[in-house]
Design a protein around this ligand. Sequence first.
Ligand SMILES: Cc1cc2nc3c(=O)[nH]c(=O)nc-3n(C[C@H](O)[C@H](O)[C@H](O)COP(=O)(O)OP(=O)(O)OC[C@H]3O[C@@H](n4cnc5c(N)ncnc54)[C@H](O)[C@@H]3O)c2cc1C
Length: 379
Amino acid sequence: MHPVIIIGTGLAGYSVARELRKLDPAQPITLISADAGDFYAKPMLSNAFAQGKNAPQLVNTPMEKMAEQHQLTILAHTRVVSIDVAGKTVHTVNDALPYHKLVLAIGADPIRLPLGGNGADEVLSVNDIADYGVFRGRLEGKQHVTILGGGLIGCEFANDLASAGYQVTVVDPGTHPLSSLIPQGAGQEVQQALESLGVQFHFGRSVQVADIAADGDGFTLTEDNGDILDTDIVLSAVGLRPRTTLAQSAGLPTNRGIVADATLRVADDVYAIGDCAEIDGQWRPYVMPITTAARSLAQTLHGTETPVHFPAMPVLVKTPACPLLVNPPPRGETGEWQQEVAEGGSIWQFINQAGLMTGFVLTGKIIAANRQRMISALR
Ligand SMILES: Cc1cc2nc3c(=O)[nH]c(=O)nc-3n(C[C@H](O)[C@H](O)[C@H](O)COP(=O)(O)OP(=O)(O)OC[C@H]3O[C@@H](n4cnc5c(N)ncnc54)[C@H](O)[C@@H]3O)c2cc1C
């Protein structure tokens, strides 16, 4: 029998492989990955500095051990260049590999800002363990990091780098931290906490030009109001875009992500999961949706068609200066945020036009005590 082929060895690919192996000890499973295939916790990338961890220390389980533990064939450092859906075959540069069923777990790419200047290509982003190794290396002996983007990932890096002793500036066109997820008041709580660590925010600004500084060491950034900012390193954290090109060129449906239904099915015997997928109309990155979807997909691959059901899954933002639990309302929902001040933090509820609470944010020390109550009250 041809194997189930999974493209990608991130959380999504490995979660599906492990869940399927639990259900079927005999099913041949092959994973193909453009990277080294080592298993690591990607969320650690934005809070590992203050803990003094280098890239190899972030690896939980090396690729060889994953293969042995779960009886997997893993082709690392191997990029899939095309998929023949009718012929049920994936192509790498050197091989054509037939599949029984195919799972796309190929993740998302960092969005690149359209920057000018001779330093534009030197702007870094950290989306995998190899990026983290490069970033850490570049930081050696440097002091000032400018982060483009004050969203969830940008604020996590700001907290981590400031705690590790770096001078941090965050540039963001919005009005407050995490502006696409939380109300301004909650954002101000995060901002004040990070400012108390020395982080500087430039809101309402974007960077247009990143020039290598005249002395060749560092950058001169030009903001859209003409202000100049000198910095040692530029980290871009302006968001991710699901990888859809491989699917698109195979004739598979794509929109924001690779379009999958509630059973993760994209086409006959082809499935998508993780940061690359748009499941039942929604893009669902983050750890909990991925591990939940992996359990359903394994059942489907094993022969029992199982639609995924996502319960409320708030995200804990790793900004220890101001802990934050975020469950944003559905995209496009109209309504208003209401605040309840509590001892040691605050509770923000998003009330939609029908008067129902469809999102919430908890800040500070009150998270654990209120988490379950808020999840139960969600509509
Ligand atoms: C800095 C950071 C912090 C985060 N913090 C949190 C957090 O605190 N909580 C949370 O819930 N989520 C967090 N997330 C999000 C979470 O980590 C991701 O949603 C999740 O790890 C995505 O897993 P994935 O397997 O879909 O993608 P990836 O981990 O990106 O894996 C994609 C895989 O596909 C492979 N691949 C791609 N194209 C090809 C190809 N053509 N051929 C072969 N292989 C290919 C890659 O090599 C890789 O192995 C964070 C993300 C980042 C970047």
